[in-house]
Design a protein around this ligand. Structure first.
Ligand SMILES: Nc1ncnc2c1ncn2[C@@H]1O[C@H](COP(=O)(O)OP(=O)(O)OP(=O)(O)O)[C@@H](O)[C@H]1O
Length: 254
């Protein structure tokens, strides 16, 4: 497997008038093509800053991001990014929001309508195709955003706590659906979450970040796939990984 995405000495400092905040310092990460990497970390440790840099949306203060062997200079259509904030277009209904990436790629209308319907169905929004973002709940908007990101078939998916606002049942359904869509797709995923169970259920690898994006654990997860959340709870390997990650997160706070 080859390295698709890597960072070297990545640092981000936000300067405002006389003060500066360092959000990420000397951050190193290598992501192999086709793998699913979960990133865990407490609030404020720099996860969103890291994703913004990996997406090419912000420029590093020092260091670089390399994507497919080249220094990343800006956003790429090949990299899908599901941000924490809502980026649906308010003047388009769900169907037309989901179709948007395919429109940009020149997909014929019939094909794009069908593909969007399928994705809307998969994220549990069937029946809401003609609702506008303002007519949806926060969780529904997240799901519409997820469908829209997937519609562009990017090789790389960057996801910032995509299921955080959802109820437990829906979160579980979407985790299963995401794994189903990802398996065999050869897509590479960097998935940020606060939730240890979610990180282990989904990831081939879990990276735990401490303050300023310091990598405190980088752990392979060799649990066989497909994984089932209920079965995992009683799997000794899972219990051991969970314990290790929980201790790392707790240590990061002190
Ligand atoms: N645009 C900005 N200007 C100034 N400071 C910022 C900016 N964006 C982030 N920060 C600061 O950088 C640090 C890391 O923020 P970031 O949003 O990356 O954390 P996070 O780990 O994603 O947090 P959360 O889990 O709560 O979303 C915080 O101290 C935050 O206040």
């Amino acid at each position: 497997m080859s390295t698709l995405l890597s960072t070297d000495g990545l640092t981000k400092r936000f300067v405002k008038k006389d003060s500066a905040t360092v959000a990420l310092r000397d951050f190193h990460l290598e992501v192999e093509e086709g793998t699913f990497v979960s990133v865990l970390g407490r609030s404020g440790c720099g996860k969103s800053t890291m994703l913004n840099l990996l997406a090419g949306l912000t420029t590093p203060s020092a260091g670089e991001v390399r994507y497919q062997g080249r220094v990343l200079r800006g956003p790429q259509t090949d990299i899908g990014y599901l941000t924490q904030s809502d980026t649906l277009m308010p003047w388009r209904d769900v169907q037309r929001n989901v179709e948007m990436p395919m429109e940009l790629q020149g997909t014929p209308a019939k094909e794009r309508t069908e593909a969007a319907r399928d994705l809307i169905d998969r994220v549990g929004l069937a029946g809401f195709e003609h609702h506008y973002p303002r007519e949806l709940s926060g969780g529904m908007r997240r799901r519409a955003s997820l469908a829209r990101m997937l519609a562009g078939r990017p090789s790389t998916l960057l996801m910032d706590e995509p299921f955080g606002a959802l109820d437990a049942q829906l979160r579980h359904e979407l985790q299963v659906e995401l794994l189903r869509l990802w398996s065999g797709s050869e897509q590479t995923v960097v998935f940020v979450t606060h939730d240890i169970e979610e990180a282990v259920l989904l990831g081939d690898r879990v990276v735990v970040l401490g303050g300023l994006g310091r990598v405190i654990v980088d752990r392979r997860v060799d649990l066989p796939r497909p994984r089932n959340a209920d079965d995992l709870q009683v799997d000794p390997e899972y219990v051991s990984i969970h314990r290790e990650l929980a201790a790392a997160l707790k240590g990061a706070a002190s």
